[in-house]
Every structure is written in structure tokens, then in C-alpha cells.
Design a protein around this ligand. Structure first.
Ligand code: AMP
Ligand code: MG
Length: 375
């Protein structure tokens, strides 16, 4: 299959990438560019598109056969359900049996934006979209390209991250092209995404909302709006054999680079300085020397603050430790870069677990297969 790549010049179409700078998503220039993509979605094809979190791989979410094509293109296990993307709050009602009061409050606070909520599904949502579950995940993205594409398609768009299953989520169109060329109909190139980690997922079907996946709508932000929020145990650590996590995707080894990744965490500083001080830097340098002496190529995942303190190894900064936003934005790109460089193993600094750090550490510990070396 030939995959058409369409570049969206956000300056020419009068729209910006970030939710804060968005102006008029309804410009006719953008509509003209997106019309073909919307038509592909309506007729059962696959289109990758930018959202504010990561690139999504879209299909008509009400078309069982179209949604199933996503699983084939990604090589994704078919029990891992998809998120339905909508462009306006009024598009939610037909997809769900009821909208609980907590959901309304969260929607008012965070939609459009990086928050996905789990509802009881209505009859029109096919099981091919929900991986056989009676619940459905719904999100309203804020990226004007995503939003306008969904509006023009006129259907809810099922869209998981546009990567091959098991690879880090794509944060640029080049990542999508690398994974999906020849497997899907079209890729919309809207430049690098703004957030860089996938949406926060909250289950609102029970009496207390449950956080299933941390993201840019943080635990602190959720609690400010709805008070009590429970945390699914699958976020913290590996899921025990035989236990079914609430978000089926959490059981798979996600976000994984090809090299073995080990997180190095300094215990004493865990809360205050995010697990990385002199002892962590020294430990990483020692491990790098040991591996290099064995003839292995070693990557170091660090920050702008520390990058000059690693004399050996392939050193890559994920951004400023002082700016969690910068770290989230670059994390997956750096993991992919290590893949491209073909390093054998990666040692990574750790981060604080508060605010956006909860999402950063969740993705990193999963990428590491929960290998954390305490020092
Ligand atoms: P991704 O496609 O990478 O954005 O991942 C979608 C995530 O949403 C996966 O972790 C899924 O398990 C989760 N998800 C989607 N639908 C549901 C649902 N109905 N209940 C719980 N988790 C869901
Ligand atoms: Mg994914």
C-alpha cells in the first residue's frame, strides 16, 4: 500500500500546535488539506494524525472492520481497546450509556485536552473498538488539526498511538513514517507534538474515579476538580500473572526501546530532587565503564543539568530536569534515537514522581521493564 504524506503548514493555515496558541481551526485552507483525510476515514481507511499528546492512528470508530485494521497495522493484540476521539462534547452522548456527574466536572475542566475517560458503552460502539469490553474510552483532543479532522470525518475516530506495537509512541511525523509507511493510507505531518506522553486515562464508571494511566492532566489537577481519585495498581509496578489490569494496555511491555534500559534512582533524594544527585551520576558512570570494558555500546539518558558530567558513552539529554514539560516532550524521541544508534544498553537518570513526573516515571519504568537500580 502506498502511504500518502501530507505536510500541514500550521503557519499558513493559521493554526498553532499548542492548545494555548490555537486560533481559528475552521480556516478553509486547513479544511481543504484535511478533506481527503476525512474522506479516507469515512470510507474505512487509516490516517495517522497529530494530537497534542502523541501521533494517533485513526479509523472510523463505529466501523468494526475499520477499527480492526488498526490492530493489523500496529501488530497490536486485539484485546487492547482503542480510544474514541471526538471534536465536540455533544458527540459523547450517543457513544455512552450515561455521563456520570464526575465526568461532567472533569470534562468542563479538561476538555478539549489530554484526558481520556472510560464510560459504559452504548449499543452503537462495536466490540472491535473496545477489545470486547462493555466500556469505551473517549477523549476530545485540543490540537486544531486533530479536532478539525474528526469534525470533517463526521464520525468518532478510534485512534491509538501511531507506532508499531511495543515501540515508543511517535511524537513526530518522521517517527510515524518509520513505523507505518506502506501499512496505512495517509500520514498528516503537523510537526512535533506539544506534550509528548499519551493522555491521562480515568475510569469514571464507579463511585470513585480511578486513574488508569498518568498523563499531562496530573493527579494533582484531577484531585483539585473531583476530590478523591484512586490509582490503579498497574501504574506503580508490573501486573502479577493472572491479574487483569483495568486498562488492558498496561499489561504489555510498552514504550520499549530495543536496548536494555536500566533506571538508576538515588533513594535519599527520591522525593525532593527526583532521585538523581551525585551518587546517581557516579553510579551511572561506573556502570558505563563496566559495560564498555565488556565491549558494549552504552547510552546515557540524562538532563541538561547533568549532561556534561558523563565523559563516556552515548549521552542524550531529555531536556531540563527543572521543566517536566520539556522532559515529557523529548522522552520518546530520545528512546527512539537510542534505537536508531543501535546501543546495546541504556542507563537512565530517574525523575520526581509528582505532577507530570508521575507520567514520565510511569513510561520510563515500563520502558525499563521495571529494572530500577537503587543507589
Ligand atoms: P493507546 O492506544 O496507546 O493510546 O492506548 C490506549 C489505552 O487506553 C490502552 O492502555 C488501553 O488499555 C486503554 N483503554 C482503552 N479503552 C479502554 C477501556 N474501555 N477500559 C480501560 N482501558 C481502556
Ligand atoms: Mg500506544
Amino acid at each position: 500500500m502506498d502511504t500518502k504524506v501530507v505536510v500541514i503548514d500550521r503557519t499558513r493555515t493559521g493554526i498553532a500546535a499548542g492548545p494555548d496558541e490555537g486560533t481559528d481551526p475552521g480556516t478553509s485552507g486547513l479544511d481543504a488539506l484535511l478533506a481527503e483525510a476525512a474522506q479516507i476515514l469515512r470510507s474505512g481507511g487509516l490516517v495517522a494524525f497529530p494530537t497534542e499528546t502523541v501521533y494517533g492512528l485513526g479509523a472510523n470508530g463505529l466501523d468494526d472492520a475499520a477499527a480492526r485494521k488498526i490492530y493489523a497495522a500496529k501488530g497490536r493484540p486485539s484485546d487492547n481497546p482503542l480510544i474514541l476521539h471526538i471534536s465536540a462534547v455533544r458527540e459523547l452522548a450517543p457513544l455512552v450509556r450515561r455521563v456520570p456527574e464526575t465526568a461532567r466536572r472533569l470534562m468542563d475542566a479538561f476538555w478539549p485536552g489530554p484526558l481520556t475517560m472510560i464510560f459504559e458503552k452504548s449499543g452503537i460502539v462495536p466490540y472491535g473498538t473496545t477489545g470486547g469490553l462493555d466500556t469505551v474510552a473517549v477523549r476530545m483532543p485540543s490540537d486544531p488539526v486533530a479536532s478539525r479532522l474528526i469534525a470533517l470525518a463526521g464520525v468518532p475516530v478510534a485512534a491509538p498511538s501511531a507506532n508499531l506495537s511495543g515501540r515508543p509512541s511517535p511524537t513526530t511525523a518522521q517517527h510515524v513514517i518509520g513505523d507505518m509507511s506502506g501499512r496505512i493510507d495517509m500520514i498528516l505531518d503537523g510537526g512535533p507534538v506539544g506534550i509528548g506522553v499519551e493522555s491521562t486515562i480515568v475510569d469514571v464508571t464507579g463511585p470513585v474515579p480511578v486513574l488508569l494511566r498518568p498523563g499531562a492532566v496530573t493527579m494533582e489537577m484531577l484531585r483539585d476538580v473531583v476530590g478523591e481519585v484512586a490509582v490503579d495498581p498497574a501504574i506503580a509496578g508490573p501486573v502479577a500473572a493472572g491479574v487483569k489490569p483495568k486498562a488492558p494496555g498496561m499489561k504489555y511491555r510498552h514504550y520499549a526501546p530495543k536496548a536494555e534500559l536500566v533506571l538508576v534512582e538515588e533513594d535519599g533524594r527520591r522525593a525532593g530532587e527526583g532521585g538523581c544527585g551525585d551518587a546517581a551520576v557516579d553510579t551511572i558512570n561506573r556502570l558505563v565503564r563496566e559495560r564498555m570494558a565488556e565491549g558494549r555500546t552504552v547510552g546515557i539518558l540524562c538532563t541538561d543539568e547533568t549532561k556534561d558530567r558523563y565523559p563516556e558513552g552515548v549521552v542524550r539529554s531529555v531536556g531540563l530536569r527543572a521543566s517536566q514539560e520539556s522532559v515529557a516532550r523529548s522522552l520518546f524521541a530520545v528512546l527512539r534515537e537510542f534505537d536508531d544508534l543501535g546501543v546495546d544498553c541504556i542507563y537512565s537518570e530517574s525523575f520526581a514522581r509528582d505532577h507530570l513526573g508521575q507520567a514520565i516515571m510511569n513510561r520510563l519504568t515500563k520502558a525499563a521493564g521495571y529494572r530500577i537500580l537503587h543507589c
